[in-house]
Design a protein around this ligand. Structure first.
Ligand code: ATP
Ligand code: MN
Ligand code: MN
Length: 305
């Protein structure tokens, strides 16, 4: 495994390099009778969109070997049998080094699918420069009883506040309950500043509108308010990748949307693996097309901090 295997896989990314799918008829989503073959087909169909979002980044996966109604687990390190993925040695919080998973190409992606990965969660930095964040993610987590219209409004307001800081942002439905507002950074920013920015932004929101927002993670305090989850921003923190499916009933998908699509959205799990591939074929433009071209960072904000 590791470098050499991934390099070899990269040269000829043909279907010949794909692993063989085992147990294709195994049902992974009992509610909707979605099989491992369906999951495989979905990831093959969206790979051109998903790969740019995960390639070259330390990657965590959620594996559900016996389906979503059985124990699933979050995995960030290389494990035995993976031959088409790359790895990067990174320091753990404990100080020890560990081999983190990195996918570079289609064979790597599909190998993880063969190993029952349902969800893909990258870092907000690349394996080559793990200490430089190139994405800030504001993860809007609604408490009990928050209507979706409030979540929509929160995302719109956050976008406007970011605009005042001259930061352009992008929208994604999580495939779960909430929305993500994503700010690209180019050049990247060290995690310390990135984290302080995200935390400071969330705190300021919660202070100015305490009836709508909170910036502390305690679920008990959340009721009827939206937790502005800034904790996706830190070395080793992850957020679900755009185009990843979720291991939740109906196999919803984390999907990038244009801001103009927000007003007609009525839930965060509105899109599933059954309709996303067709939707991608139909759509005229990738709503995140420009995310890699934008030159902006947190330097201006750092000076006014
Ligand atoms: P929702 O809209 O329902 O909130 P979400 O993807 O935003 O969906 P959160 O619970 O807000 O879900 O975010 C949790 C994030 O924390 C995940 O996206 C994942 O990247 C990260 N994470 C870190 N450790 C784990 C873990 N052990 N299990 C699951 N997620 C984890
Ligand atoms: Mn969330
Ligand atoms: Mn969250």
């Amino acid at each position: 495994a590791g470098k050499t295997a991934a390099k070899a896989g990269k040269k000829g990314a043909t279907t010949a390099d794909l692993p063989k799918l085992s147990s294709p008829t195994k049902i992974l989503f009992p509610d909707s009778r979605i099989t491992k073959q369906d999951v495989w087909d979905y990831y093959l169909a969206v790979a051109d969109h998903l790969l740019p979002e995960i390639a070259g980044r330390p990657l965590s996966i959620i594996r559900c070997p016996a389906g979503i109604e059985r124990p699933c687990f979050f995995q960030k390190h290389l494990t035995a049998g993976l031959e088409r993925v790359d790895t990067v040695k990174l320091k753990e919080e404990s100080g020890a080094n560990a081999d983190y998973l990195v996918v570079e190409d289609l064979p790597g992606l599909m190998e993880l699918v063969q190993f029952n990965a349902l969800e893909f969660h990258p870092w907000g930095s690349h394996a080559q420069e793990p200490d430089r964040a190139d994405r800030v993610v504001f993860d809007l987590d609604p408490g009990e009883g928050v209507p979706f219209s409030e979540i929509r409004k929160a995302a719109t307001d956050i976008r406007k506040l970011l605009e005042q800081l001259e930061l352009e942002s992008f929208l994604r439905v999580s495939g779960g309950k909430g929305l993500h507002v994503v700010v690209p950074l180019n050049p990247g920013c060290d995690w310390d500043l990135t984290k302080r920015f995200a935390h400071g932004f969330a705190d300021a929101l919660a202070r100015s509108e305490p009836d709508r927002f909170l910036s502390t993670a305690a679920k008990s305090k959340r009721n009827k308010r939206i937790f502005v989850d800034y904790l996706r921003n830190g070395r080793g923190a992850t957020a679900v990748a755009s185009y990843s499916m979720r291991g939740r009933a109906g196999a919803p998908v984390a999907l990038p949307l244009a801001w103009s699509e927000l007003s007609k959205l009525d839930k965060a799990n509105a899109f599933s693996i059954k309709d996303v591939p067709a939707r991608l074929k139909r759509r005229r433009k990738d709503p995140w097309e420009d995310i890699g071209r934008i030159k902006q960072n947190l330097a201006r904000w750092a000076h006014n901090e």
